[in-house]
Design a protein around this ligand. Structure first.
Ligand SMILES: [Zn+2]
Length: 48
């Protein structure tokens, strides 16, 4: 067993996903896919 790094739920290794280097459960992986983290907004926009 391992733990989701986002919500802390215990998940088996076969239900564990890696999202941005973190081990997360399926629910958190799905949520992350729907709404990406805000870190994208912090990237400088080099396209001009
Ligand atoms: Zn989770």
């Amino acid at each position: 067993m391992s733990k989701c790094k986002k919500c802390g739920v215990e998940v088996s290794f076969e239900d564990l996903y890696v999202d941005h280097g973190l081990q997360v459960c399926e629910d958190c992986k799905m949520k992350s896919a729907v709404s990406p983290p805000e870190s994208c907004a912090n990237r400088p926009n080099m396209i001009k």
